[in-house]
Design a binder for this molecule. Structure first.
Ligand SMILES: *Cc1c(COP(=O)(O)O)cnc(C)c1O
Length: 365
């Protein structure tokens, strides 16, 4: 041996590809590629964050007590069972690390969140991918893919990059079909974009089941992606296990303060949700009117649309054409979707410009 040898499963990992913020030639672009809140951050969160930077010499509260209490109060949860992470990304990774390793399987759907593959391989587990049903989650296919080696199931709902929603009944059916020794990680990164009646019941399930871990993030509707804050909810036992391996001081002082303000700022959340619903439906309508050119939007409940290009205009050409209008979107060949472009719902002006450019390109192709 002439140099340190990484574990062979680590070399099987393709690094996470972040959403672009520039064209290939370096031109800066408006980011409609990472599902951030186009309205920015609420004033309350911004003010709390600024105030919290007065003391930078002291470590943050290691137990994030105020944050856990604010989250618990907003969602009717037990604060002792709320865990927090450096983004929900940390929580997904520690869930995989705690419950799976070499010889085990971690299951998720095709066109699932790309972090699941990394989280599985990082711990030496085998990623297993269940087929989709027209881009949506197929509960029967997931259940059919469970083996005695399955230790963790990851499901994002709404899903990313498809935006598709699995109903409360289907989530309950999936959970009921999983052995109780399999950890069901329900990633609700976009849950705040749902109307109340669209809720998939995940937090209620996590209140009562011993094998459900629901994760949420402050990176999307709350407009705090820069601060890297996520949270999760599970049984006392699962939370105890996860605390053993989360990083100490994993959420900054300013991040904790901003998140407390953000979770209480219901006006901001509602305004962001209403904006998103209005312009997502409007853009979906525009794409539907281009169906004769081979464009189709997958039905979305999130803050983005996955548009499929099956006519003369390709997804790659559409992405490059949108660069010329100043917009970065997410082309997904690496996730098995060479005909797919995921576009975050931006401001009204941005969405209108994107739609006009798509129409011009589709009609000219
Ligand atoms: C954006 C996103 C997250 C959030 O990740 P953070 O680490 O909290 O920023 C988690 N899951 C899915 C499916 C996402 O799209």
């Amino acid at each position: 041996m002439t140099k340190p040898a990484p574990k062979d499963w680590i070399l099987g990992i393709s690094p996470y590809v972040p959403g672009k913020s520039a064209a290939d030639d370096g031109r800066p672009l408006v980011k409609l590629s990472a599902n951030e809140n186009p309205l920015g951050t609420g004033d309350a969160a911004r003010a709390a964050l600024a105030a919290a930077t007065a003391d930078l010499a002291t470590y943050p509260d290691p137990g994030a007590a105020r944050l856990r209490e604010a989250i618990a109060a907003a969602h009717g949860l037990d604060p002792a069972r709320v865990i927090y992470g450096t983004g929900s990304d940390e929580l997904l990774h520690i869930a995989a690390s705690a419950y799976a390793g070499p010889g085990d399987e971690i299951l998720y759907v095709r066109y699932g969140f790309s972090v699941y593959d990394i989280a599985a391989r990082r711990v030496g587990a085998t990623p297993v991918v269940a087929p989709d049903a027209d881009y949506a989650t197929d509960v029967d296919a997931l259940l059919a893919a469970v083996t005695e080696k399955t230790k963790v199931v990851f499901l994002a709902n709404p899903n990313n990059p498809t935006g598709t929603m699995t109903s409360r009944e289907e989530i309950a059916r999936l959970h009921a079909g999983l052995r109780p020794d399999i950890l069901f990680v329900l990633d609700q990164a976009y849950a705040e974009y749902l109307d109340g009646q669209e809720d998939d019941g995940g937090l209620e399930l996590a209140k009562n089941a011993s094998n459900v871990f629901v994760t949420r993030t402050f990176s999307k509707i709350y407009g705090l992606a820069a601060e890297r804050i996520g949270w999760g909810y599970a049984s006392v036992d699962v939370i105890d296990v996860l605390h053993r391996i989360r990083a100490p001081f994993n959420v900054t002082t300013a991040g904790q303060a901003a998140a407390v303000a953000a979770v209480q700022d219901t006006a901001w959340i509602e305004a962001s949700r209403a904006h998103n619903r209005q312009w997502r439906e409007w853009l979906a309508g525009e794409v539907a009117s281009l169906s004769n050119h081979g464009l189709r939007a997958v039905p979305s409940k999130a803050n983005f649309l996955l548009i499929l290009f099956d006519g003369k205009l390709t997804a790659e050409a559409a992405m490059k054409g949108l660069w010329d209008e100043g917009f970065a979107t997410r082309w997904l060949p690496g996730q098995g979707l060479p005909n797919g472009l995921r576009i975050t719902i931006g401001t009204e002006d941005q969405v209108r410009k994107v739609a006009a450019k798509l129409r011009a390109m589709a009609e000219a192709a």
